[in-house]
Design a protein around this ligand. Structure first.
Ligand code: COA
Length: 273
């Protein structure tokens, strides 16, 4: 994918629309376009992909939280104002960009948690589905609303939602453009955790991420890889791939540290080696 153009930056309102913060081993990426309910401009999608590719080689990173600014929306999907000026070929290019950027987030060897405050509609929920985990505020609303705009999910929603909650429920959500409350989404496993009363999604996501910050990163990456592989393989192939992933942990110093710490009745210190 090419880099962001000046035209794209202008269409996004003068910036790529993503701000970042580092809190030790945790990175927080915030879609920062609250006046458009954090809708996804081209420059924004491109920047999310760039951040994910950069993060893939960051050895001190243990978790990423992806969230939206302003308290009203995680992300209201594609930027429909920018979309108005796109011809069919440009929409196709945009879909390819979605695939590349969301794929980079999906493949990141570090856990990514979507902190959903407010709405996650269309491409916004598809973005959250490319993350490993979803944590929502009590008032959050989630839906793949595309059919109401005479299109279908084009950023992986038809495929990743099925993998997350199964075909029958995914079909209902997509075909009817059903909007779920945080509690409903939690009940069907679409959301991993719901924030406490009055608690923000970001704060709940930070709490959710805390155990990951001291966890063994080679094991975490191997676990994500092995679980993701289950979606695409027969059981026998999947079991073989589990062995491949296990092998990465077998050769690690962290595995020996775990055994030594257990014997000494102390907390292990993992270095990702
Ligand atoms: N793209 C571009 N701008 C968007 C947007 C989107 N997806 N969603 C919201 N906005 C803009 C609105 O146009 C409005 O801008 P304005 O002040 O210039 O009129 C601003 O964000 C606030 O939106 P508003 O509808 O007034 O806020 P709300 O809090 O009442 O509702 C939503 C927010 C997200 C529920 C509502 O805007 C909505 O349904 N948006 C479309 C979501 C959607 O269908 N996404 C799927 C895309 S595939």
């Amino acid at each position: 994918m090419t880099t962001t153009t000046q035209r794209e930056i202008e269409a996004a309102g003068g910036s790529n629309g993503v701000s970042t913060e580092r809190k030790g081993a945790l990175a927080v990426w915030t879609i920062d376009r609250p006046d458009r309910r954090n809708a996804l401009a081209r420059a924004t999608v491109r920047e999310l992909g760039r951040l994910a590719r950069e993060a893939a080689s960051d050895r001190s990173l243990r978790a990423v939280i992806l969230t939206g600014a302003g308290g009203q929306a995680f992300c209201a999907g594609a930027d429909l104002k920018e979309r108005q000026s796109m011809d069919e070929a440009e929409v196709r290019d945009f879909l390819a960009l979605y695939r590349a950027s969301f794929g980079a987030i999906d493949r990141l060897p570090v856990p990514v948690i979507a902190a959903i405050e407010g709405v996650a509609f269309g491409g916004g929920l598809e973005l959250a589905l490319a993350c490993d985990f979803r944590v929502a505020s009590r008032g959050a609303t989630l839906g793949l609303t595309e059919t109401s705009l005479a299109i279908i999910p084009g950023a992986g929603g038809t495929q990743r939602l099925v993998r997350a909650i199964g075909g029958a429920r995914a079909k209902e959500l997509i075909v009817f453009g059903r909007r779920l409350t945080a509690m409903e989404a939690h009940a069907i496993g679409l959301v991993n955790a719901v924030a406490g009363e009055g608690e923000s999604a970001l704060s709940a996501a930070e709490r959710f991420a805390t155990p990951l910050l001291d966890a063994a990163p080679i094991a975490i990456a191997a676990a994500l890889d092995a679980v993701d592989a289950a979606d695409d393989r027969s059981l026998e192939d999947g079991l073989s791939y589990e062995r491949v992933c296990y092998e990465r942990t077998l050769a690690s110093k962290d595995r020996l540290e775990a055994l030594a710490a257990f014997a000494a009745k102390r907390k292990p210190t993992y270095r990702g080696e």
